[in-house]
Write a protein that binds this ligand. Sequence first.
Ligand SMILES: Cc1cc2nc3c(=O)[nH]c(=O)nc-3n(C[C@H](O)[C@H](O)[C@H](O)COP(=O)(O)OP(=O)(O)OC[C@H]3O[C@@H](n4cnc5c(N)ncnc54)[C@H](O)[C@@H]3O)c2cc1C
Length: 484
Amino acid sequence: VRFERMECEVLVIGSGPGGATTACMLAEQGMDVILLEEGSNHSVDSAPSYSLAEMNQKYRNGGLTPALGRTKVTYIEGRCVGGASEINAALYHRPLATTLKEWQLRFQIDDFDPAGMDRWFDEVEAEIGVAPQPNGVGPASELLKKGARKLGWKTTEIQRFWQYQKQKDGTVQGRRRSMSETMIPRAVAAGCRLLPDSRVVRLQMDGPTARSATAIRQPVGGEATRLDLRFQHVFVCGGAVQTPALLRRSGLKQNIGDSLRMHPMIRIAARFDDAFNDPSWGVPVEQVEEFKPRMTLGCSHSSLPHIALWLAGEVEGKLDRLEQWQNIAVFYVAVTGTGTGSVRNLPGFTDPLVRYPLTDEDLAMLGEGLDKLGHLVFEAGAREIYSPVDGLAPVTHPRGLAQYRTGLPTRGVNVTTIHLFSSVPMGQDPRRCAADSWGQLHGVKNVWVNDSALLPDTPGVNPQGTVLAIARRNASHFLERRGA
Ligand SMILES: Cc1cc2nc3c(=O)[nH]c(=O)nc-3n(C[C@H](O)[C@H](O)[C@H](O)COP(=O)(O)OP(=O)(O)OC[C@H]3O[C@@H](n4cnc5c(N)ncnc54)[C@H](O)[C@@H]3O)c2cc1C
C-alpha cells in the first residue's frame, strides 16, 4: 500500500447534496477545500437510469441493504460522486412551514424560523434548478390523477431537479440537475480538489479537536493508497447512515447514531385493461396531496425489471402477468415513520449495523395507505392488485382491501426506504441533539455535519430540497463566523 499526505483548510467527506453544497460554497469564498468521495466519478449519463449497470456503478452494495428489526426494512444509498442525487427520482419539495416550526421548537434550533428559511429554498431553486415536465405528466400519473379525482382527493405535479431544453428539431430534451452537473463542477472550478474512490476510515481526535483523517483511495482495478489528510476544519457529509458510522468509528458518540428516522414505503403493482405503460416517461411526478405530510401516495418507475421486483414472490402465473407488463404500473405509499433506529459499527465489518424497529403505528399507517391506494387504483380502472405481503393472493375487488386496513403482518411484508434522517440531529437541546443549530458537533472544536443526518425528524416530503437548503444555511453561517 502506498502512502500519501495531503493538507487543506477544510476537508469535506461525502459528495452528495450536503457535501457538494458545502464544498462549493466554501471553495467559492476562497477556502482551500478537499472533497473526498468513497464512490467513483461517473458522468450523469454513464448508464441508463434504473439499469443494472447504474446500480453497480452508483449504488452502495449494488442496491438494497437490510435494516434489522422485527419487520425487515431494506434501504438504498447512493455511492458515487454526487451521492444519491445522481440516482434518485429528483422530486423537489419544500417542507411544510409547520414541520420546520415544530423542529425549531422541539429541538431548540436557533434562527430556524420558517419565513427565514425561505431564502435558502429560493437559492436552491435558483442555483440548481427545478422544473415541471414540459409535455404533461405521463400515462401512469394520469391514472393516479383519475383515481384520486373520483375519490375527491387533490393531486399535484411535483417539480424535479431537472432542466429541459428545446432542440432544433422541436423536441424537448431533459437533463438531471444532480450534484455532478451543478455544485461539484463549480467547486472544482473554484479550486476544490475532488478525490473520488476514497473512503475515510476514521478521524484522528486529539481531545476535542480533530487533527486528521485516514482514508483509503482505491480506484476500481487500481492500487490502494493510504491517505493522511490534515485540515483545520472537517465537514462529515456521508448521509444518514454513513455519517454516524464514521463519527462513532472516530470515538464521537454523544447522541450520534441513536435516533435514525425514516419514511417507510410499501408498493403495489396493479394491472389494467389497456397497455399504457411507457417507461420512457421516466419517474412519474404526480402525488396525492390529501394525506401529507403523514402519508404520500404516488406512482413509481415501472420498467419490466421493476414490475418483476415488486410483484410479490408468491403470485401464481407471475410469468404470464409479466408478458402483460405494459398493462401494469407500480404505485407506492410512503409514511412518516414513528420508530427510532440506530447505527452501530461491528468489529471486522465495513458496513454498519442499522436497526429500525418498524412500529405497530408504522404498520397500521402503511396498511391504511395500501387500503387508500388500492381504492384509488380500482377507481382508475385496475383489474388486479398484487399484494406486497408474501402469500396473499392478488386482490381483484375493492372488498379485498379490508385485509390491509385491519393491519399488516410483522413478517413477509416488503417494506423499503430511500429517505433516511436524524442520526446526528441538530439543535441546542443537549439531551437529544448531537450537533448545534448550525451542524457543529456539541463539545467538539472543528467537526461539522452538513447532510441528511442533521434533519432532526422526518420531513414528510421528498427530502433533498430540505437537505440542500439546510446545508446552504449552515455553510453560509460557517463562512460568516469565520469572517467575523
Ligand atoms: C433511490 C433513491 C430515490 C430518491 N428519490 C428522491 C426524490 O425523488 N426526491 C428527494 O428529495 N429525495 C430523494 N431521495 C433522497 C435523497 O437522495 C437524499 O435525501 C439525499 O441524497 C441525501 O443527501 P446527503 O448529502 O445526506 O447524502 P448522500 O446523497 O447519501 O451522499 C453521501 C455520499 O457520501 C459518501 N460517503 C459516505 N461515507 C463516506 C466515507 N466514509 N468516505 C467518503 N465518502 C463517503 C457516499 O458514498 C455518498 O456518495 C432518494 C434517495 C434514493 C436512494
